[in-house]
Ligand binder design. Structure first.
Ligand SMILES: NC(=O)C1=CN([C@@H]2O[C@H](COP(=O)(O)OP(=O)(O)OC[C@H]3O[C@@H](n4cnc5c(N)ncnc54)[C@H](OP(=O)(O)O)[C@@H]3O)[C@@H](O)[C@H]2O)C=CC1
Ligand SMILES: O=C(CO)[C@H](O)[C@H](O)COP(=O)(O)O
Length: 516
């Protein structure tokens, strides 16, 4: 149903008609805007324009352009200001397009960058645009192309006044929280905060993707379960309890029930008369990172290390993903290393108990992924002076996005929204309690998984994370002594006020273990 309540915004220029930009174009037109769309590839423009022509709801509201100057000029005089949505590959492409349209920009124009951009580049473009009176908003868009078409989760960051002008439009576009109807969009803060939060969203997404993939292979290889039976387990997990209404578990269920058909999908993929599963056509190679067009999980790890926040679930997930991409090397290494393959989990125990442990392990690792990501956001918010409210992050992640998880949002949002001073979600009693309760299941899964050679990097990283984050006698005692031995790095002493626990500062003591 077209809407006219976008407060002066009647038109928009979409830069990029790829997976995301084409879907945004159609949705914006459906929302009643006149949409101009440009892409560096003519065929991308033609495709979306052709599609729009066939749709009665949006007919006539999508204009395609091959020439970028005609594209920008098409927006002149239609609204109070020119509004753009960038949805292109991050990095140089966005810089190049900004240079191409810069001379056509006027004071008051607003650019929303909906790509997965590095927040530092966003901040550079904000300064560059501010100099000519134009506002650049770095905005995370989550939920993939289906959500881009139906309503994504949005995390804009940048100038408050400009964002106020576009917020009614963004609210009508964004996904809505099913319980309250609240739009899943909020100004996250100034500068590059919006893109930083999307980057962390993708880091959490990476942790959850790995945890669920590990759970799938645990059931498939360890318990010998057929795909659709695993899909049934996912459906059950998703229906109630701690993993209820979780987007990745929901699509996991759908994937595991998808069989090949004689006709296949719209393009004939998965066409076969053998009734097998489409997932068995998919190789174990994640190559998203190969050409550096997707950088968010990598940047998330770099940020976590440089801001001194432990995010091992996210890191372990990412490192397996990197190794998976280089299958050529894996094939060579496999011959040399002769690693054991996952084997059936032995024993006659009831599978119900093992699957319940696995459910707890998945929940524990999902929750730990959120804790790690939120702590990173909190750290960055303090360092950068963004004043991000972690409760707002949970609010915009309630619908339309990949990490949507109802119980986790219900658990985390109220305390984090009420206590903005909280920098560590593990300090919340209810969160600590749930991590504690599910730790047992996680430990069982990691032990069984280790014995039977399952692939469990993110699950086992979570187990160790919880042990050392809540540990009081870490082996780093010995590490600190060794570093003092060879590097005179000093140490703090147990039981000395100001040192134990004391701040994160170099200790005052050095022992001369071996005079030079
Ligand atoms: N796919 C997803 O699930 C999500 C993606 N994103 C982000 O949204 C953005 C778009 O992603 P998506 O639609 O999937 O990607 P696509 O590859 O489908 O589209 C990217 C578009 O950018 C264009 N492009 C590449 N280089 C240039 C250049 N130098 N100048 C102008 N245009 C250029 C591409 O053209 P060409 O076809 O010629 O390469 C293409 O049209 C990315 O930043 C991505 O990280 C955000 C959330 C979800
Ligand atoms: O942004 C996304 C979802 O939130 C996209 O799925 C994106 O393609 C994720 O890729 P990567 O994990 O490599 O950034």
């Amino acid at each position: 149903m077209p809407s006219t309540s976008h407060k002066g915004i009647k038109s928009i220029g979409v830069v990029g008609a790829g997976n995301m930009g084409s879907m945004m174009t159609l949705r914006f037109a459906e929302l009643g805007l006149e949409v101009s769309v440009w892409d560096i590839e003519k065929k991308n423009v033609d495709q979306v324009v052709d599609y729009a022509k066939k749709d009665q709801n949006i007919k006539g509201r999508v204009l395609g352009f091959y020439d970028i100057n005609q594209f920008t000029k098409s927006l002149e005089g239609k609204s109070d200001r020119k509004l753009f949505m960038f949805s292109i590959t991050h990095g140089e492409p966005a810089d190049e397009v900004l240079q191409m349209i810069k001379s056509d920009l006027k004071q008051g124009d607003i650019i929303l960058d909906g790509g997965n951009e590095n927040y530092r580049r966003t901040e550079r473009r904000q300064r560059e645009c501010e100099a000519i009176g134009v506002t650049w908003i770095g905005m995370g868009v989550s939920g993939g192309y289906q959500s881009a078409r139906r309503g994504p989760s949005l995390s804009p960051g940048g100038d408050a006044k400009a964002l106020e002008l576009v917020m009614p439009f963004l609210e009508s576009y964004a996904a809505k929280d099913a319980k309250t109807g609240t739009p899943c969009v909020k100004r996250m803060g100034p500068g590059g905060s919006g893109h930083f939060i999307k980057m962390v969203h993708n880091g959490i997404e990476g942790g959850m993707l790995s945890v669920l993939a590990e759970a799938w292979s645990y059931m498939h290889d360890g318990l010998g379960m057929e795909h659709s039976k695993i899909g049934d387990v996912f459906a059950k997990w998703n229906s109630s309890g701690e993993l209820r209404n979780n987007f990745l578990i929901h699509i996991g269920d759908k994937i595991l029930h998808t069989r090949r058909t004689p006709q296949g999908d719209q393009k004939g993929e998965g066409a076969s008369r053998d009734d097998g599963y489409v997932i068995d056509d998919v190789l174990d190679k994640v190559v998203q990172d190969d050409d550096n067009t997707e950088g968010t999980p990598l940047w998330c790890l770099m940020e976590s290390a440089s801001r001194h926040v432990s995010c091992p679930t996210l890191a372990a997930a990412h490192y397996m993903r990197i190794s998976s991409g280089n299958r050529l090397e894996r094939v060579r290494a496999a011959k040399k290393l002769e690693m054991p393959m996952p084997k059936p989990i032995e024993g006659t125990r009831d599978y119900t108990e093992i699957i319940e442990n696995l459910r707890q392990a998945v929940y524990c690792s999902f929750l730990a992924s959120f804790c790690q990501g939120l702590e990173l956001i909190s750290r960055a918010s303090i360092d950068e002076g963004w004043n991000v409210n972690l409760g707002d992050c949970l609010q915009i992640w309630r619908a339309g996005c990949i990490i949507q998880s109802d119980h986790i949002a219900d658990l985390l949002q109220p305390p984090l929204a009420a206590h903005n001073e909280l920098t560590n979600a593990k300090f919340v009693d209810s969160v600590a309690h749930e991590l504690h309760q599910s730790f047992h299941g996680l430990k069982e899964v990691v032990m069984e998984g280790t014995y039977s050679d399952q692939y469990i990097p993110a699950l086992s990283a979570t187990l160790e994370y919880l042990k050392y984050e809540g540990g009081l006698s870490l082996p780093t005692k010995f590490m600190e002594a060794q570093m003092d031995y060879f590097g005179a790095h000093n140490y703090n002493k147990p039981g000395i006020p100001g040192e134990d626990p004391g701040p994160v500062h170099k200790g005052p003591h050095h022992y001369e273990w071996l005079p030079a």
